[in-house]
Ligand binder design. Structure first.
Ligand code: F6P
Length: 341
């Protein structure tokens, strides 16, 4: 059997660990042979297919990014896109695909699966918002980076007695903000799931200053003020209809400074959260996902994605996760109320 592998959407630490484990087990245990599709669905559309074998996956376990490249291309938005993808697979004798991606890439996979393509999905994203899995790889690394940044920002904030706002990624879900904010001892954590009250945030900031303590506010890029609209960098959208976020951190610092009269600055962590070597946990989870994905291919169990449930790796129909986002439950967010302000 010949299996194609692709990585789509925003990159994420652990992608290479999945590729390695899929190829190692597929070749060594099932005698599959592999090809890579370059740059996610773009390569599938354009016929950009590269060899993928055991020597080509040596040494990639600790490397960030993806050796196959990635893109946010959505074939269903291109004329004849699905047929062109199917033609590429047929031209290269690809019998089945392992698709490693977040909700958008896996949404395309679900559609292709309905149209007859044999494939298995592997959920990835630093945002941890793919529905149907307890966790995605990449998230632990991102939380570690954001937590270290918050630790560092505490000491400089204290030295200058100023408020520091830390903007982290998280378009629809505040998992990174919540985990890193709690781990880093933030004084306010603002997430997309809970529109925030700017007056309340300023009260928290002022109460910290009153006890001679420099406040740290962690905000997810998709967080929105109660009375306003989401703050956007620009109005350009990708092929999945997503606008480019970022801007809420700067807006917050400006509002805090104006309303409280205190000095406030912003740090936007941006792609630092996505780049570089994966944490040990992400290497572990990505490796397990890869092993189980290639087992699903071997079993002919297509149209599913592998997922973490407790400590088990299970298979979930791609259609179950389609169009859904795993968001932070309000009761979980409320657990940390006591640390705000
Ligand atoms: O989807 C993951 C993510 O990290 C989001 O949190 C963020 O909004 C987006 O990627 C940024 O993507 P890009 O690198 O394409 O601007």
């Amino acid at each position: 059997m010949r299996v194609g592998v692709l990585t789509g959407g925003g990159d994420c630490p652990g992608l290479n660990a999945v590729i390695r484990s899929v190829v190692r087990k597929g070749v060594q245990e099932y005698a599959f042979d592999f090809v890579g599709l370059r740059d996610g669905w773009l390569g599938a559309l354009q016929g950009k297919v590269v060899p993928l074998d055991v020597p080509s996956v040596r040494g990639i376990l600790p490397r960030g990014g993806t050796i196959l490249g990635s893109s946010r291309t959505n074939p269903t938005k291109h004329e004849d896109g699905v047929r062109r993808v199917q033609n590429t697979l047929a031209a290269h004798n690809v019998d089945a695909l392992v698709v490693i991606g977040g909700e958008d890439t896996l949404g395309v996979a679900a559609e292709l699966s309905r149209q007859g393509t044999k494939l298995v999905g592997v959920p990835k994203t630093i945002d941890n918002d793919v529905y149907g899995t307890d966790c995605t790889f990449g998230f632990d690394t991102a939380v570690g980076i954001a937590t270290e940044a918050i630790d560092r920002l505490h000491t400089t904030a204290e030295s200058h007695m100023r408020a520091l706002v830390v903007e982290v990624m998280g378009r629809h879900a505040g998992w990174i903000a919540l985990h890193a904010g709690v781990a880093g001892g933030a004084n306010a954590i603002l997430i997309p799931e809970q529109p925030f009250d700017i007056d309340q945030v300023c009260e928290w900031v002022e109460s910290r200053f009153k006890i001679n303590y420099a406040p740290i506010v962690v905000v997810a890029e998709g967080a929105v003020p109660r009375e306003g609209q989401m703050v956007l960098k620009d109005r350009e959208v990708d092929e999945f209809g997503h606008v480019r976020l970022s801007g809420i951190g700067e807006w917050l610092a400006r509002e805090i400074a104006e309303r409280t009269g205190e000095d406030a600055r912003t740090t936007v962590l941006g792609h630092i959260q996505r780049g570089g070597t994966p944490s040990a946990y992400d290497r572990w989870l990505a490796t397990r996902f890869g092993l189980h994905a290639v087992d699903a291919v071997k079993d002919g169990d297509f149209g599913v994605m592998v997922a973490l449930r407790g400590t088990e790796i299970i298979r979930v129909p791609l259609a179950d996760a389609e169009g859904r986002t795993k968001t932070v439950d309000p009761s979980l967010y409320d657990e940390f109320d006591v640390f705000f302000g």
